[in-house]
Design a protein around this ligand. Structure first.
Ligand SMILES: [Zn+2]
Length: 172
């Protein structure tokens, strides 16, 4: 397994809708293992293909930090097919490292997509898992959490980013 480089805002791959995953081959399986390794090492609870500069609709996620293998997911071509309730909470992103903002999300969601063999399945998540499913599916569409907050809050986040860019502390 190898750790991949996580790209940071405003890399264009993060801001562009990704292409569907169509090949479920050994190359994909290896990439998925590398994505898990990269996510756990970060550490993070989710990582999308676009965040490692691969413009494909897919993500890995594990909100248990490796403690519950049954909640370790890879999903290709995700689609949120059910959204219920609301939650407010701080949200971060490995591509906007170290900065958090309150983001309103649905409390309970079902995502539909494909596993590493191309087989269709669904993930049902609440609270953090629901937040993560929405965040990662957004990545596949070229959206970041800063697209889901008010212009004022977005400006606060971007001001922090610009400050870090100026001092050379922002990943490039
Ligand atoms: Zn993210």
């Amino acid at each position: 397994m190898a750790r991949l480089k996580i790209v940071a805002w405003p890399e264009s791959v993060l801001l562009t809708p990704a292409e569907p995953v169509t090949k479920f081959d050994d190359k994909l399986k290896k990439l998925v293992e590398d994505m898990f390794e990269t996510m756990y090492a970060a550490p993070g609870v989710g990582l999308a293909g676009t965040q490692v500069a691969i413009a494909k609709r897919m993500f890995v996620m594990d909100c248990t930090g490796g403690k519950d293998p049954s909640r370790r997911f890879f999903m290709a071509n995700p689609e949120i097919i059910l959204k219920e309730g609301k939650q407010d909470g701080d949200e971060g992103c490995l591509s906007i490292p170290g900065i958090y903002s309150k983001v309103q999300r649905s409390m309970h969601v079902i995502a539909r997509g494909q596993d590493v063999n191309g087989k269709e399945y669904q993930i049902e998540g609440t609270e953090l898992e629901a937040r993560c499913l929405q965040h990662e599916t957004d990545h596949c569409d070229g959206f970041l959490y800063i697209n889901r907050i008010s212009p004022l809050k977005r400006e606060l986040v971007l001001r922090k980013v610009r400050k870090l860019q100026k001092t050379g502390e922002w990943p490039s």
